[in-house]
Design a protein around this ligand. Structure first.
Ligand code: FMN
Length: 208
């Protein structure tokens, strides 16, 4: 990895061994566990949320709801308290914390089986917009989702699906333990295309 600097316009690049050409913002986005020691500006935050807002969703129901808090605020501390211990350990220097919450019902009260998919689209749009501004997003499943729903007074039909940390790239990975530091500097990995693509029937691929 390139040497890190505390600089809003600087993104530490991680090795991404893509097999086919992709646009830079997708190639270079990654999920760090350290962030530069500077607050995320209000205007950048608004652009991130705006990018999520323009994600596609089933029937345009837009089932996403985002709870957000900036470091030092009560909302931030309430979100932090809901994270599992492992995630609390590295989010300590995250300037922004969020919860990604879905409404599991359609406006006419039926099950919305695509709500989780649509929150994923919101998050991906937000992550790519953020990346283009030098901001990293790190999504988390490790959050007490039942407690979070109660804490932020969501009604029964809502589900807290993720927590999200955000901050400018460029933190100091010496803040991490050895294992996490190693992960921070390891190349990104993905399955090969032939492990998940089917140009016809699904075939179990034992060898992969
Ligand atoms: C829905 C979701 C849940 C995740 N949960 C956690 C988590 O609880 N803790 C964590 O450290 N990383 C978590 N991650 C980060 C993934 O491990 C990471 O995105 C993956 O290893 C790929 O790395 P990259 O985003 O840098 O390409 C999560 C990511 C997603 C999308």
């Amino acid at each position: 990895m390139l040497k890190k600097k505390m600089n809003k316009d600087y993104t530490p690049l991680k090795e991404t061994p893509n097999d086919h050409p992709i646009i830079d913002v997708i190639k270079n986005r990654w999920s760090p566990r350290v962030f530069a020691d500077m607050p995320v500006s209000q205007t950048d935050l608004q652009s991130m949320f705006e990018a999520g807002r323009w994600a596609a969703s089933s029937n345009n129901f837009q089932p996403w709801n985002i709870v957000w808090g900036i470091k030092g605020s009560e909302t931030y501390n309430r979100i932090m308290d809901l994270l599992v211990e492992f995630n609390q350990s590295w989010t300590v220097n995250a300037p922004v914390l969020m919860l990604g919450v879905i409404n599991t019902k359609t406006p006419d009260g039926k099950e919305n089986y695509h709500a989780l998919h649509d929150l994923g689209q919101f998050s991906a749009h937000m992550a790519l917009q953020a990346h283009s501004m030098g901001i990293a997003i790190h999504q988390m499943a490790g959050v007490d989702f039942e407690a979070a729903k109660k804490e932020f007074e969501f009604p029964d039909e809502y589900h807290v699906a993720t927590a999200i940390a955000a901050g400018y790239y460029g933190g100091d990975d010496d803040q991490l333990n050895e294992d996490l530091k190693k992960e921070e500097n390891a190349p990104r990995e993905r399955k090969k295309q032939n492990e998940f693509l089917f140009n016809g029937n699904y075939v179990k691929r034992e060898s992969l």
